[in-house]
Design a protein around this ligand. Structure first.
Ligand SMILES: Nc1ncnc2c1ncn2[C@@H]1O[C@H](COP(=O)(O)OP(=O)(O)OP(=O)(O)O)[C@@H](O)[C@H]1O
Length: 849
């Protein structure tokens, strides 16, 4: 940190008033005006008078530190006003010289001058080098270095005149209240000639323009900074830094006289504003009382002159005035400002630092703070801007700092390496996990096409070793998650049928089914046209049903929409909203545009609603655990198949509508008399008699009256509650249904009721109640849960079932328990559920048997 040593040459004087000198420009008006004579005149070397504008017979007198009349030379001004303060900068103090006055009063002439009559700036620089040389000769143990910076404040922008960059530089203040300009070019100077080479072209960069009052009027405030660094050669290597500010202010302008317009007017506004702020700063500095705010920050100019006015600098103000009456008020104003400025008291001090033993890094940091211009703007024409006294920035040399830096770097590198290693390890573990999962999936048969193919080829092996893998692949869903398959897996029978093998083979060559596969561009043989289950229905009926669904979508009310299968309140409202925006649905597939309706959901929606319109009630849960399922004809559950329940004349039929036909698994008491018109494709098979003719689906689909009749019976109608069922049907339809349109029950919408389902088990199960929504059957596992009929005894159907193979039940149990430990979700979960079910069911079965 820089030390503040009170200045005053031995401590005799610790304060310094701003010195004010007034310089009167020669009379330069036209001959006509010359007759008027000057409005101001000097009395002696320090006093002058100006005519009192209130009373022309009076004058107003001013006393200043110096008065330079029109005959005073540049050298005279320099010797009297500037030269005396220059030695301070060689002893670590600041000094400033600034020219103030109205436009055209001679500020630039005073500060810059001409080649014939050089101004204060060149003279001061020459003097500085003279002093450096002299001091160097006198005090051999001190080194001196000189550097310069040059800037202008144009339209409140700080511009570097030693650079071509138009960048507005910021103004900063360090903790020692030094004003810094980061990015400002600092050019080292070795001689006055060296200064000239840099300064003259830079002066040409300054913004000037012609006005009515000045052919070459300065449109900016120009500040030349000369920095002198004095460094002690011997210990303690004291270093003192002094700065000299040479400021050529822009002149205050009366725009009624300058005739400024446009950009000139804007420049004039900025100039006058900053000068007004300067005046306020002086007023504040002169104001008595504590806590007076000095508005240095109100303008760039006052911010930069902070050290010159009320700061630490030895300051000299040269107030330039013009003698013409035309400048009377500007002159009067300038004299008043000068008069109050000379009251400002500064407190100079010596800025000194010790270069040893201060670590080099710290010194470099201080140098950097003091010389922020090292970040040289691009395009600067100065190659070397470093201070000659500044040590080369070779980085921190302090061992402790270096050590900490190295440790920090190691730590960072270590953490990066650790992160990299962790990432690598994670990737490796992930890869291993993936491989493990693949292996498990291939073992479990949930892999892709190729695995499915190999599964089918190794079917026999897996069948005995791991029965879980014998589940039936769902055709056309090679890449599909096997959640549903997993659900039904433990209950698959162990004897594959030709149908299943066929489906496995088909699946192995099919990619995942998409909507376009189903409805538009099928590329698998089994996907040609509508889904397989649909192909078993009459195409005209399906078409009509589709049209009905479309009609509901386009013109149905909210309630109508909600009556559709799988359409709830939210979806119905979304559909209504879609209709509002887009109009009618041109095709059912447009439903996919509704939020939340994916292709899969649409497919499911279509299946549910088509079947619903056809009078078939699809079941969301297969009824494979129905004891009446024949082991020799295992059904297949998947996208191409639909489980359904239908009441036929008081007989509940459960069925599977698949690619190869309709498997109808019946289970109810008192089956209706079979229709004699049953054709050969339809085989009705009682448990007691495996092969007997059965009803067609048309026949099987009941009329409303039949159903009501059944309900009456079920609810304890004239015949009272029904007893346990006496028969069970297994109907297999291997061909397309016949006579579907007859009687039209097929296309009638099935009754939708919310049923309170209850069933009782005579041995263990307590009465179970479940409520379904819109007739959906989604909640429970087990076919009786799907039965809408009250008091439908699960046990009743079991009672008439053929004896169940105990070993098979045990097999199911074993499979279920094994599935519990399967790492593949949801096989384990489903296995757990089925283990409970099979366990209970098995016991029941065993008990009943
Ligand atoms: N002491 C002087 N002796 C001879 N000529 C002078 C003197 N002072 C000023 N002049 C001349 O007066 C004219 C205006 O001077 P100068 O440009 O320095 O005014 P200024 O105050 O800097 O104006 P502005 O604020 O508009 O830049 C110039 O032509 C300059 O040569």
């Amino acid at each position: 940190m820089a030390q503040r040593i009170p200045a005053g040459d031995g401590g005799a004087k610790r304060t310094s008033q701003v010195r004010v000198a007034v310089r009167l420009r020669p009379y330069m008006a036209r001959e006509d005006d010359k007759t008027e004579g000057p409005c101001v005149r000097g009395l002696d070397a320090q006093n002058l008078e100006i005519i009192n504008w209130r009373n022309a017979t009076e004058t107003v007198r001013y006393h200043f530190d110096a008065f330079h009349d029109e005959n005073t030379t540049q050298q005279g001004v320099f010797l009297a006003s500037v030269k005396p303060i220059l030695p301070h900068i060689l002893s670590g103090q600041n000094a400033s010289v600034f020219a103030y006055g109205p436009t055209g009063a001679g500020k630039t002439h005073t500060m810059l001058g001409t080649p014939e009559h050089p101004g204060m700036i060149p003279r001061a620089i020459r003097e500085v080098f003279n002093l450096v040389r002299l001091r160097g000769e006198e005090q051999e143990d001190w080194d001196y270095s000189v550097a310069m910076s040059y800037l202008e404040i144009y339209n409140e922008k700080v511009l570097d005149l030693l650079s071509t960059s138009p960048q507005d530089l910021p103004i900063r203040e360090d903790k020692d209240h030094n004003i810094l300009i980061p990015g400002l070019t600092q050019t080292p100077l070795t001689s006055f000639a060296n200064f000239d080479r840099h300064f003259i072209p830079a002066s040409l960069n300054r913004t000037t323009a012609s006005t009515k009052l000045n052919q070459r009027s300065s449109r900016s405030h120009a500040i030349l900074l000369i920095k002198v660094v004095r460094t002690q050669r011997c210990p303690p290597h004291r270093q003192q830094t002094g700065k000299l500010y040479l400021v050529d202010l822009a002149g205050s302008e009366d725009n009624r006289r300058t005739g400024n317009q446009g950009i000139r007017l804007k420049e004039s506004g900025a100039i006058n504003l900053s000068l007004f702020t300067l005046s306020k700063v002086v007023d504040s500095l002169n104001a008595t009382g504590a806590g007076v705010r000095v508005p240095y920050r109100d303008s760039k100019l006052t911010r930069l002159l902070q050290d010159s006015l009320g700061g630490s600098a030895h300051a000299v103000m040269i107030a330039n005035i013009a003698p013409e009456y035309a400048f009377y008020f500007d002159t009067f104003s300038a004299l008043n400002f000068a008069a109050k400025s000379k009251l400002v008291v500064n407190k100079p001090f010596v800025r000194e630092t010790l270069t040893v033993p201060v670590p080099r890094v710290k010194r470099a940091r201080e140098e950097k703070e003091a010389e922020p211009q090292k970040k040289k703007p691009k395009g600067s024409h100065k190659a070397n801007t470093a201070s000659p006294s500044a040590p080369p920035d070779s980085g921190p040399s302090d061992p402790s700092v270096l050590g900490r830096l190295i440790a920090l770097e190691k730590m960072m590198m270590g953490s990066q390496e650790m992160e990299r290693r962790t990432m690598k390890q994670s990737l490796k573990e992930l890869q291993e996990l993936k491989e493990r999962q693949k292996a498990l999936e291939s073992q479990a048969g949930v892999g892709g096409v190729s695995r499915e193919t190999s599964l089918s080829s190794q079917d026999s092996v897996f069948r005995n070793a791991l029965p879980l893998q014998q589940r039936k692949p769902v055709s056309g869903t090679a890449a599909k998650p096997k959640k549903q398959q997993a659900v039904v897996l433990p209950l698959q029978v162990s004897q594959p049928q030709p149908l299943q093998q066929n489906m496995v083979a088909k699946k192995s060559v099919c990619r995942k089914k998409t909507l376009s596969d189903v409805h538009e561009v099928p590329d698998c043989k089994e996907n040609m046209g509508p889904p397989d289950w649909e192909s078993h229905l009459d195409s005209s009926l399906v078409q009509r049903s589709r049209q009905k669904i479309l009609a509901v979508l386009n013109s149905g009310s909210l309630k109508d929409l909600k009556d559709l299968q799988q359409i709830g309140d939210k979806k119905a409202k979304l559909i209504l909203g879609w209709r509002e925006i887009h109009g009618h649905f041109t095709r059912l597939e447009d439903l996919i545009q509704i939020e939340g309706i994916t292709e899969k959901r649409f497919s499911s929606f279509m299946k549910a609603n088509l079947l619903s319109f056809l009078g078939i009630e699809p079941l969301q849960q297969k009824a494979e655990d129905h004891p009446s399922v024949s082991p020799s004809s295992p059904p297949v559950f998947g996208d191409d198949t639909v489980w359904f329940r239908r009441d036929v004349d008081g007989l509940a039929l459960y069925g599977l509508l698949g690619r190869d036909g309709l498997y109808c698994l019946g289970g109810r008491e008192q089956p209706p008399p079979l229709s004699p018109s049953l054709g050969s494709p339809l085989r009705q098979r009682h448990r007691a008699g495996p092969s007997s003719p059965g009803p067609s689906l048309t026949d099987a689909l009941p009329s409303a009256s039949a159903e009501e009749s059944f309900l009456e019976q079920a609810d304890g109608g004239p015949e009272g509650p029904r007893s346990a069922s006496t028969a069970e049907l297994v109907i297999v339809i291997n061909d397309k249904l016949e006579n579907r349109e007859a009687g039209s029950p097929v296309v009638s919408s099935p009754p939708r009721r919310q049923h309170s389902i209850s069933y009782s088990h005579p041995l263990h199960h307590p009465p179970h109640h479940a409520k379904t929504r819109k007739g959906s059957r989604a909640s429970s596992v087990g076919y009786t849960a799907f039965s809408p009929r009250p008091s439908l005894s699960r046990h009743s159907s079991i009672a008439v079932a053929p004896p169940i193979d105990r070993s098979k039940v045990k097999d199911y149990m074993l499979l279920s328990v094994l599935a519990c430990f399967c790492p593949v979700w949801p096989v384990n979960l489903v296995g757990f559920v089925f283990s409970i079910m099979v366990g209970g069911g098995g016991d029941d079965d065993l008990t009943s048997c």
